[in-house]
Ligand binder design. Structure first.
Ligand code: PAF
Length: 494
């Protein structure tokens, strides 16, 4: 079941959430929408009493968007025994000390408590949340992760009205003049993001504050933070940051945000041989609409040229000469397959030749080859929008990738998979302990070699795929990607 928790007062933003939840019908899931105005997340001076309660309209909209049921629990069902005596969940301090948490003490504890309770009652497989409340979304993702709750969190981009104002239940409080101020709010953030993208001007928070205040808005906060850690960050050209703000238009509080980036996202997947990196990276790239940078094919392409020119693959000086004016091109074809060209020659099939396979490790171990390929891969990644897989992608090639994963599996599991693969291809299958010993030895060589050793970047997330199907690994990668990269920044292709 897919679940969309709301506090009612449904608007176009909710409509998109419910439609997204209902569209993911691959598993025939039903979509449940809840409406509960949660007293626990409102401060004493906040708008709990006047919060819009429009149940009839909400039912109509939810149904139009494909909801299977709408659930309107009462306070007793959510907080049995009364609010004062209720169990509470507390969000970590670091996640709620900044942004909205700084001016709404206790708000996020109220949110996590109610969502935890709603999840326990509804038991959904997927939870749909809006990216507009980015801090709430991140805190709830963390709750699901840290408490090990069995639900996948899906996010849906902020919806904006025609004038650019982000849809919110509270927009109905605004009069015409305040609405204009709200539109200015959205515009100022968008301008900052676009100037940053085009490297037109560095972000000037003072100037940004001035524009908002000059427009009659009273500022609660304007902050730049890391989108996952929610900790203050400097806007930087290396990777994605979040510019978030809250203002008051009269007595109405509005929040909005924009992402700061100078390129599309990058994903680096490293890991030992036999962990299934290329299969899952290819499929992950396809699912997210990222270009798959097949670095293995690039090293094969150099090796092909080395052999073609009759050069000894072990002769570093001779190999270095081959690198002069070398240009490897990868052109995405269908199903994640790529055409490979070396200095204009099509070598897609030729690089799979057993002669190339036998020499690629020797060629790829030369420092000059690593340097040339790394430089080329970095050029290919300048605009972002790609995922690369290898041994040193997160450490040497794209150290500023938004997501770095170290994909691995135990030697025992890799031996099991290798045996299945050999059998499927009609080869003789050595005994499992023998295969396992070969894998352990290969890992040792790969991680101790002098040039480009296999290393896990300090900030890479280790994903151990033992006991996981390929689909589960791809889902896990997708979830990791979405923790850092909003749909607003890089939408999943439909
Ligand atoms: O975003 C909201 O509407 C609420 O905070 C939520 C997630 C439904 C919890 O009450």
């Amino acid at each position: 079941m897919h679940f969309v928790p709301t506090m009612g007062g449904l608007h176009q933003g909710h409509a998109n959430l419910i439609s997204a939840a209902s569209r993911h019908k691959a598993d025939e899931a039903k979509t449940l929408v809840s409406v509960f105005v949660n007293p626990l997340q409102f401060g004493p001076d906040e708008d709990f009493a006047r919060y819009p309660r429009t149940f009839e309209d909400d039912c109509e909209l939810a149904e139009q968007c494909g909801a299977s049921a709408i659930w309107c629990p009462d306070e007793e069902q959510i907080y049995p025994g009364g609010m004062a005596e209720s169990w509470r969940v507390q969000a970590p301090k670091s996640l709620q000390s900044g942004l909205c948490g700084s001016t709404r003490p206790g708000h996020f504890d109220g949110v996590v408590t109610v969502v935890c309770r709603l999840l326990a009652l509804a038991k959904p497989h997927q939870l749909f949340l809006g990216e507009k409340d980015w801090q709430q979304l991140t805190i709830l993702r963390r709750m699901v992760l840290d408490l090990g709750l069995a639900v996948r969190v899906r996010s849906v981009p902020t919806v904006r009205d025609g004038d650019g104002l982000a849809s919110s239940s509270r927009n109905r409080y605004l009069n015409a003049q305040q609405r204009q101020q709200g539109v200015l709010f959205a515009q100022v953030l968008r301008d900052a993001s676009s100037a940053f993208l085009h490297r037109a001007t560095p972000l000037d928070l003072g100037q940004l504050r001035f524009r908002l205040e000059e427009g009659g808005l009273s500022l609660e906060y304007v902050e730049v933070v890391d989108p996952w850690l929610l900790q203050p960050s400097k806007p930087n050209e290396a990777s994605l940051t979040l510019l978030a703000a809250a203002v008051r238009c009269g007595s109405t509080r509005l929040i909005d945000h924009a992402f700061l980036m100078t390129r599309s996202p990058l994903v680096a997947i490293d890991g030992p041989a036999g962990a299934g990196k290329s299969t899952v990276t290819r499929a992950f790239a396809k699912r997210l609409g990222l270009v798959y940078l097949d670095t293995g094919a690039m090293y094969r392409a150099v090796t092909w040229l080395v052999l073609e020119q009759g050069v000894d693959p072990a002769d570093s000086a001779a190999v270095e000469v081959v690198l002069n004016d070398l240009e490897v091109e990868l052109e995405p074809l269908q199903q994640g397959v790529q055409a490979v060209r070396v200095n204009g020659h099509e070598v897609t099939d030729a690089i799979r030749d057993p002669r190339v396979t036998a020499s690629v490790s020797a060629v790829a171990a030369h420092a000059c080859v690593r340097a040339a390929m790394t430089a080329q891969q970095q050029r290919m990644g300048e605009a972002g929008g790609l995922v690369a897989e290898g041994r040193d992608i997160g450490t040497a090639v794209f150290p500023h990738a938004e997501l770095k994963v170290f994909l691995t599996a135990t030697p025992k599991e890799r031996a099991r998979r290798r045996a299945l693969d050999l059998a499927a291809r009609g080869h003789e299958v050595p005994a499992l302990p023998e295969l396992e010993a070969q894998i352990v030895e290969r890992d040792r060589l790969d991680s101790t070699r002098e040039v480009a050793p296999l290393l896990q970047a300090d900030d890479a997330i280790e994903l151990i795929s033992d006991g996981m199907s390929i689909e589960q690994v791809i889902n896990a990668l997708e979830d990791l990607f979405r923790r850092r990269v909003a749909e607003e920044v890089w939408p999943t292709p439909v």
